[in-house]
Design a protein. Structure first.
Length: 51
């Protein structure tokens, strides 16, 4: 009794890959959006601070 698990068809693998890419792009977009909002809220002076 061997249990090989669930085998996906090629179509299912393609769809899953597309979903994964879409989720990754959405997360990257949110990160970029939060970064831009943070810079806008802190003002342009945040980039001119002394090190």
């Amino acid at each position: 009794m061997s249990d090989d698990g669930i085998r996906q068809t090629e179509e299912q693998k393609k769809r899953q890959r597309k979903r994964s890419v879409a989720i990754g792009l959405a997360i990257a977009g949110l990160v970029l959006l939060f970064y831009v909002i943070t810079l806008v809220k802190m003002g342009p002076g945040v980039l001119n601070r002394p090190l």
